[in-house]
Design a binder for this molecule. Structure first.
Ligand code: URA
Length: 250
């Protein structure tokens, strides 16, 4: 089956820039199809047939997919499971065709930003412990989170298994009393992703995470217009940001 796609869309899809950057590159004569400079960034090509080059480099077209999911509670961050519903079960059948998988894991009861992609290289780099990709969480914590905790997290707390967590940035958003208990709303940015890390960091200071939501991963922020359980494709700007992030940190 022949594929037909606009040249600017194809190049943006491959992470070579935003649509407007590509338009500029077309004007500068940097984009060629079968050796001839493209004049119109709306030109329709079949990527399996045409030889597309950008700045003299041949562009090998791959069908990649990048989805941002606002993960709801009660589903697991896996592609398949015999018993439990997975994040892939939330996708429409046509969005499963390119076999996206979750980039990292959120606990079953954690909500928020989860990137799903079939771009193994990007996933690997976002998850690599050496890259220290920042992840920001918002949480409701049972207990009176205070300045001592901010300092302990900034210094790096020791988890239950003896692991010394890297310094993390804790912000106290609000504190309230309910039925004699203090609850704290916080945001926390960590640069690593150990199993149950946020929950275990609070356990290390004698407190309990009641609700947890991830709001960002590297340069990617959760689109708050997505209801829990809803998802959308990343915009070209978001893909470019993620790839830019990979280059500057790589
Ligand atoms: N930390 C946790 O404890 N759980 C998550 O799902 C993510 C980070």
């Amino acid at each position: 089956m022949s594929k037909r796609i606009r040249i600017d869309k194809l190049l943006a899809h491959m992470g070579l820039g935003t649509r407007s950057e590509i338009k500029k590159a077309v004007k500068q004569g940097k984009v060629t199809v079968d050796g001839k400079p493209v004049k119109d960034s709306g030109l329709i090509v079949d990527p399996d047939q045409a030889q597309v080059a950008y700045d003299g480099e041949i562009v090998v077209y791959r069908d990649v997919v990048y989805l941002m999911l606002n993960k709801p509670q009660g589903v697991i961050s896996a592609t398949e499971d015999g018993r439990e519903r997975t994040v892939i079960d939330l996708l429409e059948p046509e969005d499963r065709l390119l076999e996206p998988f979750p980039v990292g894991r959120l606990d079953k009861d954690t909500v928020g930003l989860l990137l799903l992609t079939n771009d193994g290289q990007l996933a690997h780099e976002l998850l690599s412990p050496r890259k220290h990709v920042a992840k920001t969480y918002e949480a409701l914590v049972q207990g009176d989170v205070g300045e001592t905790d901010v300092q302990a997290f900034a210094a790096g707390v020791t988890l239950d298994d003896g692991y010394a967590a890297m310094p993390a940035e804790l912000h106290i958003v609000n504190r309230e009393q309910k039925e004699g208990m203090v609850y704290s709303s916080i945001s926390l940015t960590i640069m690593e992703g150990k199993f149950h890390q946020v929950k275990r960091m609070f356990e290390a200071v004698g407190k309990k995470v009641i609700a947890l939501k991830r709001v960002s991963m590297g340069p990617l922020r959760l689109d708050e217009t997505l209801a829990e359980g809803a998802y959308r494709e990343l915009t070209e700007e978001e893909v470019a940001l993620l790839r830019g992030h990979r280059q500057t940190n790589g």
